[in-house]
Write a protein that binds this ligand. Sequence first.
Ligand code: ZN
Length: 242
Amino acid sequence: MSKKFAVLGDIHSNWEALSAVLEDAESQGVTHYVCVGDIVGYNADPGPCLDKIIELGTVCVRGNHDHYCSHDESLEDFHHHAARVMTWTKEQLSEEQLEYLRHLPYEKKISGFTLVHGTLDMPEKWGYVVGDIDAEISIENQTTSLCFHGHTHVPVAFIKEDSVTSSSFEKVKVSMGKKYFINVGSVGQPRDRDPRAAYVIYDLATRTVELRRVSYDFRVTQQKVLAAGLPERLATRLAVGE
Ligand code: ZN
């Protein structure tokens, strides 16, 4: 059977979005699960999301929230909302779950492609790839033709032939001689003004990358965020996708 990967990113403790995405992935015949990091942070279901990711045998790399929720390092560089949720998240997780997050690698190669959270240029610095110049620097460090990433929560395909160009995408066919640095968007907190959960399916046989958008009941997630006493802004943003 040929391999079909669901590439998930920035799940951010959003159980409703993750469940909807997994249901969609199953209906699409996905056989394997991978993740570009940030399983936890922002929303109110870190434990269930983490357990599900582990149960699926997901190959996952470390996101900045995964890192700071499982290490005792200063949170002063974070927005106070993010910092508050990191402290809260740490309290919700078992020592076993924290150990899992602590041991996630910064980057990972699997079946001929690469996973990283932000950028292959010093992934542990958590740089954001926003424009083509940032992408160029990451692609210089990319040894496979295809690399998936996340971190900005905005799906976009950077493609290097002679120079790097970028665009939003629905389907991308991976061809020889080019390099592809593809942001899979965010499952649990989309920021491209589309509130639907985003993820990607990569079909290894046809070398096709497809962006999927999945509606879910974000009102349930919002209620959980508020009930946990997390910042209200984290609830309201889910309705608009920002
Ligand atoms: Zn994130």
